[in-house]
Each structure stands twice: as structure tokens, then as C-alpha cells.
Design a protein around this ligand. Structure first.
Ligand code: NDP
Length: 293
């Protein structure tokens, strides 16, 4: 068997980020406006703090403004809503990102619903999910958008292909399926209750996995030559007293069968932030009426 082409998400993300920096510079020149991203973090979750810092750093690296709002874990729903309202009205803020998960008892759905859909760079607002479901222009969640961009980067024709999305979360699986439908794929969505997942996988030309179970998808489930995009991020024991990050696909097995495959780490992960930054420029362009390109 021919080893799969490894899809280098890190390199694709770096190239897109570089191109984005030039687009941001052009936008600033034309409009005099610096795109601004507000990131809201509630509580002291260590992983969330790392993500938020990374987002802010990369935002500034491409010439956009980033403002971090770090609130104590005991913040009330009313206080958080007041901040979101303030950011909705702030003309210097074009993108608002509320880092999830929010600590209990904050009502995540109500907070996400309060974000101005035009500033909803995570694409989690009902308005954007609805627009996407209708096949209309929308701010699209960053991780599935990143997966689509990786597929485009491969240059494989998507029209008419059988695509299987494993996982139906609001953040990844559902919007991913909508995006593939817009690309004219024949889309199947699998979840916890799907029968014979192996058989569904074997039928897929394009397999996107976003579940959160290490090695769930085995090599012999994969159709020879299929494109495999592994969204999973799972920390597992490395057998030497430490830990390492693996995806939802048994990579070593799959790499002998698939035509192309994303590694974990270094596949989908780096694309997510790149897409967040692209969404922020797109939001700024829509709000300020300047072309994003
Ligand atoms: P969720 O836990 O929200 O959703 C998981 C989905 O997998 C659910 O739809 C669930 O089905 C389905 N599922 C669970 N068990 C099975 C099974 N045995 N067979 C088939 N389907 C199953 O996770 P997310 O979508 O948020 O994330 C998925 C993975 O992607 C995680 O590892 C996460 O860390 C990673 N991730 C990576 C990102 C990145 O690269 N930047 C960003 C976001 C997530 P049901 O709906 O029936 O419960």
C-alpha cells in the first residue's frame, strides 16, 4: 500500500496567516480601521487561558487589535451579559469570542445568544447557524471551516463525493456537514446511536471525525484512498509516565490505507485559530463596509 499524503495543517495555517496579514494591512489602509477582536474568559481553566492567550497573540501578529476580558469564576450571568452588550456596542470591536466552557451556573446558550450575530466570529449564534443551514453567507464555526480549507488545499474535487461526518456537535459535526453539503457532497452524519459505524466509514470518500475517543476509527474501516480529517484532540498516557496528544483515528493503521490524512497534532488544530482571525477580518469588513480581500 502507498503511504497516505500527510496534510500539514501547520504549514497551511501559517501560509494563510501570512496572506491574512497582508489583507489586514490593505484593509487598514483603505478604511483607516483596525479590526478588533474581543476575547472573554471567565474563570481560571488552565487550557482555556492558554487558548485565549494564543488567540490574542496571533491576532496582534496579523495586525489586528485584541482585547482580553478576564473575569473571575464567580461572575454572574447579569455581569457577563452586560459585558457582551458593551462589546456589541463598541465600534472598535468587530469580533466577540466567549471562551467555552463557561463555569457553572452560567447559561452558555443565553450568553451566546446575546452576542451580536455580525460580531459572532465563532459562528455559534442561532442566526449564523441558521444562515449556514440555509446555505446563505454566514460566520462559520472555525474548526469545520478549517477542515474545509484543508480539503480545498488538497485540490480534490468534492462535488458528488460521499462524505461521512462522525460527531454531530454544534461546534464541529453539524456545521461541518452543512459545509460539505454546500460543496455538493453526499453527506452522512454519524453519532453515538449510529449502527455499524465501520460500514459507514468504509463507504466514505471523505471521512471527518470529531468525537473525542482516541483511536475510535480503525485502519480497516477506511476506504482505500479516502481523505481522512481527524478533528479529535485526546490526551493519553504515553506509556513512559507522561502523556501525548492523539486523534480519534488510529493514525498508524489509517496512514497505510487513506489517500490523505491529517496528523494530530499539526492537522486541524492550527487551522482553527487561522480561521478565527479570517472570520474577524470578514466581520470587520461587513461592519465597516470595506472589502475583506
Ligand atoms: P462533543 O463531545 O460535543 O461531540 C462528540 C460527538 O461525538 C457527539 O455528537 C457524539 O454523539 C459523538 N459520539 C460519541 N461517541 C461516539 C461513538 N462511539 N460513535 C460515534 N459517535 C460518537 O465534541 P466536539 O465536537 O466538541 O469535539 C470532538 C473532538 O474534537 C474532541 O476530541 C475535541 O477535543 C476536538 N476538537 C478539536 C478542535 C480543534 O482541532 N481545534 C476544536 C473542537 C473540538 P451524540 O451526539 O449522539 O452524543
Amino acid at each position: 500500500p502507498v503511504p497516505a499524503r500527510v496534510i500539514d495543517g501547520k504549514a497551511v495555517a501559517a501560509a494563510r496567516t501570512q496572506a491574512l496579514a497582508q489583507r489586514v494591512a490593505g484593509f487598514r489602509e483603505r478604511t483607516g480601521v483596525v479590526p478588533g477582536l474581543a476575547v472573554v474568559l471567565v474563570g481560571d481553566d488552565a487550557a482555556s487561558a492558554i487558548y485565549v492567550r494564543r488567540k490574542a497573540r496571533q491576532c496582534e501578529a496579523v495586525g489586528m487589535r485584541s482585547v482580553q476580558h478576564v473575569l473571575p469564576g464567580a461572575t454572574t450571568q447579569a455581569e457577563l451579559l452586560a459585558l457582551v452588550e458593551r462589546l456589541n456596542r463598541d465600534p472598535d470591536v468587530h469580533g466577540i469570542l466567549v471562551q467555552l466552557p463557561l463555569p457553572r451556573p452560567l447559561d452558555e446558550a443565553a450568553i451566546l445568544a446575546a452576542v451580536d450575530p455580525d460580531k459572532d466570529v465563532d459562528g455559534f449564534h442561532t442566526m449564523n447557524a441558521g444562515r449556514l443551514a440555509l446555505g446563505r453567507p454566514a460566520l462559520v464555526p472555525c474548526t469545520p471551516l478549517g477542515c474545509l480549507l484543508l480539503l480545498r488545499e488538497l485540490g480534490v474535487a468534492l462535488r458528488g463525493k460521499r462524505a461521512l461526518v462522525v460527531g454531530r456537535s454544534v461546534i464541529v459535526g453539524r456545521p461541518m456537514a452543512q459545509l460539505l453539503l454546500m460543496e455538493d457532497c453526499t453527506v452522512t452524519i454519524a453519532h453515538r446511536h449510529s449502527q455499524d459505524l465501520a460500514m459507514l466509514c468504509r463507504e466514505a470518500d471523505i471521512l471527518i471525525v470529531a468525537v473525542g475517543i482516541p483511536g475510535l476509527i480503525r485502519g480497516d474501516w477506511i476506504r482505500p484512498g479516502a481523505v481522512v480529517i481527524d478533528v479529535g484532540i485526546n490526551r493519553v498516557d504515553d506509556g513512559a509516565g507522561g502523556s501525548r496528544i492523539v486523534g480519534d483515528v488510529a493514525y498508524d493503521e489509517a496512514a497505510h490505507v487513506a489517500g490523505a490524512i491529517t496528523p494530530v497534532p499539526g492537522g486541524v488544530g492550527p487551522m482553527t485559530i487561522a480561521c478565527l482571525l479570517e472570520n474577524t477580518l470578514a466581520a470587520a469588513a461587513a461592519i465597516e463596509g470595506g472589502a475583506a480581500a
